[in-house]
Design a protein. Structure first.
Length: 72
């Protein structure tokens, strides 16, 4: 029975914190648009890249064969 005196206030405190966090997220607009982030992943990746941005391919000497290795 004495465990209830500790567990019940802790559970109520956690529930209150969760409720406050939920109310804050609703009021600040965190839950306004739930569909756009899910659909954004389906779009073309090139649309998000700034102009002049190169692809993710590495162009250093480790990935491209050098001229010396072609002579062998």
């Amino acid at each position: 029975m004495s465990a209830l005196y500790i567990a019940l206030p802790i559970a109520l405190l956690l529930a209150l914190v969760g409720l406050i966090a939920f109310v804050w997220s609703v009021r600040s607009g965190q839950l306004d648009d739930l569909e756009t982030p899910a659909l954004r992943i389906l779009g073309e990746e090139d649309e998000r890249r700034p102009a002049g941005h190169q692809s993710n391919r590495r162009t250093d000497s480790r990935t491209q064969p050098s001229e010396a290795s072609e002579d062998r």
